[in-house]
Write a protein that binds this ligand. Structure first.
Ligand code: ATP
Length: 360
């Protein structure tokens, strides 16, 4: 196990990068704690694989260093880094039994047979493969094959880090939720540093203690799932995480007064919008309510019952606003008034949070 430090890391696939836009990975300084469960979350093309490949040693960064504990491994090849990787598709030996597949990484390193047996049995039980240990892998379905692949990553307890790259891609949707929570449970048991790469917010938020959200090669926020929900530092985080995502609404800022559709909206703290920046209000639908009086006039476009709550889509002038409410669904076309919870209403300038908290 190791602490992983990314020190001034930057990468461009262009030989002679001229501008920020030439970097697939913008400058990044990060420290990942020994034994932590991290997710790397972002849409396709945001740089997740680039970062993963730099950590595993498949790619040399254009700038900066990768440290495992205090050891600089930036120029070390993958086989010197002692990393286990689980990919999107199963990497197993079809002709071997489940047992031999799981035992392989240990036998390969000369681990004594009794220790191999104990470890294989333990991991197989955790992954609910215990009753198929003597079955040939070729006879199993894709879900079980991917479980073996995960087991091969998890079986060694001497690795610096286990990296999962979209590991649930091939898993049947009905099984996904089960494996997601299983992986979290496994991390708590084996306490190895784990990095889980995904574009799926549910997978990231279920698995990780800390989620690293990336956009366009840049880390926009690192935080617990609660931090990301309660206080997005960037409108991208607000919009990408949550269902529906955060409302991002055009606004006018006059000194410390924030106006939406000509109505003053109280916010958490004072906005500090730089000259010339585009200001927007960010408020999650969960913090928008329908009020009897005051508030912002809006017309309901539609309301959908999503089980415990109702998602209302309303138009405030020409701006759509979503609200998650309890109780009865308002009728489409009805006139309502919307209230934003001030403690969860923030101002963003050019996408970045600019309300100074604690100043409310
Ligand atoms: N070998 C390469 N040569 C040139 N550009 C590349 C190469 N690999 C990735 N890129 C570019 O770098 C950027 C980041 O890509 P990367 O694959 O790291 O993103 P990602 O978040 O992992 O996406 P995905 O989830 O689709 O794999 C993209 O613009 C991509 O086109």
């Amino acid at each position: 196990m190791a602490k992983i430090t990314l020190d001034g890391l930057r990468h461009s696939y262009v030989p002679d990068p001229q501008s920020e836009a030439d970097y697939a990975l913008k400058r990044m300084d990060l420290e990942w704690k020994d034994g932590g469960a991290y997710a790397l979350l972002g849409p396709s093309g945001c740089g997740k694989s680039t970062l993963l490949n730099i950590i595993s040693g498949l790619l040399n960064p254009s700038e900066g260093r990768v440290l495992f504990d205090e050891r600089d491994v930036t120029r070390e090849p993958p086989d010197r880094r002692n990393i286990a990787q689980v990919f999107q598709f199963p990497v197993i030996y079809d002709t071997m039994t489940v047992y031999d597949n799981l035992a392989f990484p240990l036998r390969n390193r000369g681990v004594p047979a009794s220790r191999v047996d104990a470890r294989v049995t333990e991991i197989a039980e955790m992954l609910e493969l215990g009753d198929r240990l003597r079955t040939r892998a070729s006879g199993l379905g894709p879900d079980d094959k991917q479980k073996i692949s995960m087991g091969r990553g998890l079986v060694r307890d001497d690795v610096n880090v286990i990296m999962f790259d979209e590991p649930l891609t091939v898993i049947d949707p009905a099984q996904k939720w089960k494996l997601r929570s299983k992986l979290k449970e496994l991390h708590q048991k084996i306490e190895v540093t784990m990095i889980y790469v995904t574009h799926d917010q549910t997978e990231a938020l279920t698995f990780a203690d800390q989620v690293v959200v990336m956009q366009d090669g840049e880390v926009v926020q690192i935080g617990t799932p609660v931090d990301l929900f309660e206080c997005p530092r960037h409108t991208f985080v607000g919009h990408f995480i949550g269902s529906p995502g955060m409302n991002i609404l055009p606004c006018d800022v006059h000194g410390q007064r924030v106006e939406f559709q000509g109505i003053t909206v109280p916010t958490a703290g004072f906005p500090e919008v730089p000259d010339g920046a585009t200001a927007e209000i960010g408020v999650r639908p969960e913090f928008v309510s329908i009020t009897e009086d005051g508030g912002i006039p809006a017309v309901v476009r539609k309301a959908a019952d999503i089980g415990r709550h109702i998602v209302v889509e309303a138009m405030a002038g020409d701006v759509p606003v979503s609200a998650v409410i309890d109780g009865d669904a308002p009728e489409a076309g009805s006139e309502v008034r919307l209230r934003f919870d001030p403690a969860h209403t923030r101002v963003y300038a050019d996408g970045w949070l600019v309300t100074r908290e604690g100043a409310i």
